[in-house]
Ligand binder design. Structure first.
Ligand code: 3H9
Length: 688
């Protein structure tokens, strides 16, 4: 075996040259990889003893894409197009051998091979859209030429990873090779190509046809999903180009749109989010050497909406769950809801009935806390009441086996106080799931003063196991997410008190990119959450609405009026209540402009985020962004509140906060950290 460079080897197996890439962690197309590939193909083509060439990767995966960390830097060495040209125009058959994932530029390289083989567990896809991009190395022109325009539309705008078998059915993979036997299988395939004189197929030479209506229908069907995003539309236009233009002209369209996206703010934000989610896994004082505790059985206390959703996460990951309720009826209801959720998923074809039964079989219900004695992790998901939680943790302390992790799902209570109800605060941690807990990707992991490192490391790892993005945060009211939400809510209400209507606030935040505004959200959740009829004294707009039985969508009215299809309309009733409040308070309603609504709701969040950083309740600004993107519907193409602050410019954020401080008081006072960064011309991203 001869080394081409530090990440590429070339060896001959009889008359088959095998180019092997080994560039951990994911064989991304860095300049070294591109150079290695280019030189490897050049050498193999020049070698007279070689009749065919196999490209294969060592490690956990085939090429997972362009090297995202190199984006924006100066191009070095061989370009991706040089590599693709030498492969596609090779006079000797080129076979790409795929395991793990062939994604983005990785699949685009494979599409310039004459043939592709893969193991069944391999996955292929063009996920650039999730980075605010489109496949920029010919993928937009080659993929539709194999799978057709409709499948290409679906794959490229969702970024989905297509499993080996489906890829073979679509013609993306020419042959599936037995698991664990990829190298030998690919070499045998290459020999067959030569022996049987198969043609050197170039994907670019194929044709793809589609009715223009296909594109119109696709745009219409997905308008809501794509709202605000630039990349999906650019991906669609490239596929249209593949259908309507010769290959080279299609490539030119792809190049132009790729450069536009790459240099725009959305892709910068989405690439930032990609790395932010991965950075969140790195805890400075909890190294890779910290022990990970085995989690074989999980106990959940509370079979309500949260407890049920939390349980499903573990069942989905194959971890048995014991769920405890106080009354048989509540337990039966909880277990019934879980079953129904699974059966609905099965009806949609996303689970087999067998999977449903397997998951339900791994779930046991009980009325006794003592049944949780053998659980490795116990998550309490009961009512948000400190006394109840302390009582439960006191009991768990006596029941749980030594070393078991005792977690609370509280969304704002003091985890240290809960931990103090036990004799083992080092085992206590907050695991704050977001509703619906089986769907939302965020898991706020709340580190108490005494939480041990193995408990933290295990919780972070567990988040990954159950498909969540775990973010470690410190103890403070509302932690990171709800604390910042509460600043935003405060301003949403304040601007309404000054003359804006709830639908003005909702429109501004919806247009910013949130899936819905705070008042529409309250109507959806129910205005009576936490409302007590007996204690209600008409002292807030919400109380008055609840007293009038306008409790949100479920009663047909809340801040908004709803028709029978739950379509919202601004309500004259709500408007009158708001105006009456203003009159009583002696305020003169004014026209609060959209810009002021946006600045007051969003800039105060940025300021609160800065305070959270100052107090050390989040490790890094990007962790705060990860919380907001994954738990609160912050538009990913704006990167999160802290990234947004950086992109607007912190000096501007400070200037506007001071402006509102002059008018409305010290709530708007910029935090010391924010002032400092702004005065030094720095960003949150510069804090390392
Ligand atoms: C593209 O290809 C553009 C072309 O069309 C056009 C070119 C002209 N680059 O996720 P993990 C790192 S755009 C650099 O934890 P997993 C990652 O940061 C690209 N680094 O592992 C992490 O580093 P660290 C299209 C990358 O097993 C480590 O690898 N491709 C890249 O859960 C492990 O990652 C994509 O969008 C990269 N491309 O998942 C695929 N990928 O350990 C993006 C990963 O220091 N990648 N890293 O934190 C993925 O989806 C997942 O990483 C993958 C593995 C599924 C591959």
């Amino acid at each position: 075996m001869a080394a081409i460079n530090s990440v590429t080897d070339l060896s001959n197996e009889g008359d088959v040259a095998v180019i092997t890439l080994n560039s951990p962690p994911v064989n991304a197309l860095s300049s070294g990889v591109r150079d290695g590939l280019y030189e490897g193909f050049k050498a193999a083509i020049a070698d007279d003893s070689v009749k065919s060439i196999v490209l294969i990767c060592d490690g956990r995966t085939f090429i997972a894409g362009a090297d995202i960390s190199e984006f924006g830097g100066a191009a070095k060495g061989a370009s991706l197009f040089d590599v693709q040209n030498i492969m596609e125009n090779s006079p000797k058959a080129v076979v790409a051998a795929i395991h793990g994932t062939a994604l983005g530029g990785g699949l685009e390289v494979a599409l310039t091979a004459h043939y592709r083989v893969a193991v069944p567990s391999a996955k292929v896809g063009l996920p650039e859209v999730n980075l605010g991009l489109l496949p920029g190395a010919g993928g937009t022109q080659r993929l539709p030429r194999i799978v057709g325009a409709e499948k290409a539309l679906e794959m490229m705008t969702s970024g989905s990873h297509v499993p080996g078998k489906a890829a073979a059915a679509m013609g993306l993979v020419d042959e599936l090779v037995e698991e664990g036997n990829l190298r030998a299988g690919a070499i045998a395939f290459a020999k067959k190509v030569v022996a049987e004189n198969w043609p050197l197929k170039k994907v670019r030479d194929r044709e793809v046809k589609a009715d223009p209506q296909v594109f119109a229908d696709f745009r219409k069907a997905n308008a809501r999903k794509f709202r605000g995003f630039k990349a999906p539309e650019s991906n669609i236009q490239c596929i249209e180009a593949a259908v309507n233009l010769p290959f080279e002209e299609g490539l030119a369209v792809e190049r132009k749109l790729f450069v536009e996206l790459m240099t725009g703010p959305q892709s910068a934000a989405q690439r930032y989010v990609f790395f932010a989610e991965r950075a969140a896994n790195k805890i400075p004082d909890v190294g890779d050497d910290v022990e990970i505790l085995p989690i074989k059985t999980v106990g959940v206390i509370g079979a309500g909406t949260m407890g049920g959703g939390i349980s499903m996460n573990f069942l989905n990951a194959g971890i048995p769950v014991k769920i405890v309720e106080m009354k048989q009826e509540a337990l039966d209801r909880g277990l019934g809801v879980i079953r129904k959720n699974y059966e609905n998923t099965a009806k949609k074809g996303r689970l087999t009935q067998d999977d449903v039964e397997k998951r339900m079989a791994a779930l046991t219900g009980s009325l006794e806390l003592s049944d949780l004695a053998d659980c490795d992790l116990i998550i309490e998901a009961v009512f948000e009441n400190m006394d109840i939680k302390k009582d439960i943790f006191g009991k768990l302390d006596k029941i749980a086996k030594p070393g078991a992790i005792l977690a609370t799902n509280t969304s704002y209570l003091n985890v240290d106080e809960i931990a103090a109800a036990t004799s083992r605060p080092e085992s206590v941690i907050g695991l704050h799931f977001f509703s619906p807990a089986n769907v939302m990707r965020l898991l706020e992991i709340v580190r108490g003063d005494k939480t041990s490192k193995p408990v933290i490391a295990t919780s972070m790892k567990l988040a990954k196991t159950i498909g969540k993005v775990g973010v470690l945060v410190g103890v403070c009211p509302g932690f990171v997410g709800n604390r910042m939400l509460s600043s935003r809510q405060g301003q949403a209400q304040a601007v309404v008190a000054e003359g804006a209507m709830p639908w003005d606030v909702d429109r501004v935040l919806y247009d910013f990119g949130f899936p819905m505004g705070p008042f529409a959200m309250s109507d959806l959740a129910g205005l009576d959450i936490g409302w007590d009829k007996e204690k209600s004294s008409g002292s807030t707009i919400r109380e008055v609405l609840c007293e009038m039985d306008r409790r949100g969508q479920k009663t047909g009215a809340g801040y908004y009026d709803y028709d029978e299809n739950r379509n919202a309309k601004p309500s004259p009733v709500t408007e009158k209540i708001i105006k009456d409040f203003a009159a009583k308070a002696g305020t003169n309603p004014r026209d609060v402009g959209d810009e002021e609504i946006l600045e007051r709701t969003i800039f105060t969040m940025i300021n609160e985020g800065a305070k959270i950083l100052e107090e050390g309740k989040a490790i890094r600004a990007s962790d705060i962004d990860t919380v907001w993107v994954n738990g609160y519907g912050w538009p990913v193409y704006r990167g999160g509140p802290m990234h947004y602050g950086d992109s607007v410019g912190l000096a501007k954020v400070v200037e506007r906060l001071k402006h509102y401080q002059d008018k409305h008081g010290d709530f708007f006072k910029p935090s010391a950290l924010l002032e400092k960064l702004a005065s030094e011309g720095k960003t949150f991203a510069s804090l390392k």
